[in-house]
Design a binder for this molecule. Structure first.
Ligand code: GLA
Length: 371
């Protein structure tokens, strides 16, 4: 922390006044149903984004990020063009534009650090929420989550749901109803079980993947079923007139919704074997019905499932690369994690990163005492 403060001072010539942290997230179950009105069960985890900041008395927001060793200075105005930079700076432009169209912002200097670039743990949502909290500290976290989702839509071209932003904003484990944004907190104490994050090392970007295609396919499903939009597709029942691949997509969203409800109950009752079974079913459906997994994720999941103490494993998040998770007895992880990593690397020539998921609070802001 002291090192970070001096790096801020070296760069901006003044002391930071505020520290904001936005965690990362894994999703325990309920993938690709947040954008069609489903329930999801994400857990905010340690890591994510830390921003040190100070007012600078100007009408500029200056941001430096260690991750890209790069900086940008942008005026506070609501009309920065979308996609102008084609990189991380678009998120900054989006957050400033959308926030300043609603709230009065002040010029600030921001120094950003992010936990090492694990793909698929909502790095961009964590980045946006940390920026938004810094620039608009008094705004309600749900409002910030909605704005940051809009940034993804308009400035990054990803038609994502709101799971990542809400998970990061609220923290802990939540069962979130993505239709009305109500949520129930679940206990993140897992007795002697633990979630292991398994980063495949396979890069992917949601915009460049078939992520948006899936949302369009669900729109076709909704049209055939005579629905206005996809907002409540998870509770529709009739699939008789759908072509096969659309029926598969529909099967995924309706069954995944039911699995989330059952998984929430299993979590409440600490029925780990039931929870693990639902994770396995979820992975199979994302792989076969929704077709958003990939060879690397499937390999990782299969390797983990072969290990003693592992009761379930699945891809988590958007898919096409990124991370999988496993639910395991804590006492076996030290044995199997290195073995899985080693075999995975032999099979794929990619270097994976396996680590224990540690539950985290949501967005936090700390005032730093000066001097
Ligand atoms: C990404 C999106 C989320 C959600 C997941 C899949 O993380 O940002 O909104 O759709 O994929 O569940």
């Amino acid at each position: 922390m002291n090192g970070l403060v001096s790096r801020f001072q070296d760069r901006f010539g003044q002391a930071p006044g505020i520290l904001v942290n936005a965690p990362s997230r894994i999703n325990l179950i309920g993938d690709h149903i947040d954008y069609c009105g489903g329930h999801v069960l994400p857990m905010a985890i340690r890591g994510g984004t830390t921003v040190l900041s100070s007012d600078n008395g100007s009408d500029l927001v200056n941001v430096f990020t260690e991750r890209f060793d790069d900086r940008v200075s942008l005026e506070i105005r609501p009309d920065h063009s979308a996609g102008f930079y084609g990189d991380w700076r678009d998120y900054v432009a989006g957050v400033i534009s959308l926030l300043s169209s609603r709230y009065r912002l002040q010029g600030m200097d921001l120094y950003v650090t992010q936990s090492s670039g694990t793909a698929g743990l909502s790095t961009s949502a964590s980045f946006c929420l940390a920026l938004a909290k810094t620039l608009a500290p008094r705004v309600d976290h749900v409002a910030l989550a909605k704005i940051c989702q809009q940034v993804e839509h308009e400035y990054a071209g990803v038609q994502c749901g709101i799971m990542d932003q809400m998970s990061i904003a609220i923290g802990g484990v939540i069962c979130l109803d993505c239709q009305n944004l109500d949520w129930r907190e679940a206990d993140s104490n897992l007795d002697d079980m633990v979630f292991v994050v398994m980063d495949t090392g396979k890069e992917r970007t949601l915009a460049g993947s078939a992520y948006n295609d899936r949302a369009h396919e669900l729109l076709q499903v909704a049209r055939v079923l005579g629905l206005q939009g996809i907002d409540s597709l998870v509770t529709a029942t009739d699939s008789a007139f759908l072509r096969e691949y659309l029926r598969n997509r529909f099967t995924h969203v309706t069954c995944e919704e039911k699995r989330v409800q059952s998984a929430y109950q299993a979590l409440q009752h600490r029925d780990w074997s039931a929870f693990g079974h639902l994770m396995n079913e979820s992975h199979a459906s994302l792989r076969d019905n929704y077709e958003v997994s990939c060879a690397e994720l499937d390999t990782m999941v299969d390797l983990a499932l072969d290990c003693p103490g592992v009761v379930g494993a699945r891809m988590t998040g958007g898919g096409f690369g990124g991370c999988a998770i496993a639910l395991s007895e804590r006492r076996t992880v030290d044995d199997w994690m290195p073995q899985v990593a080693c075999t995975y690397e032999q099979r794929t020539s990619l270097r994976p990163h396996l680590f224990l998921a540690e539950p985290s609070r949501g967005l936090t802001l700390t005032e730093l005492s000066q001097g």
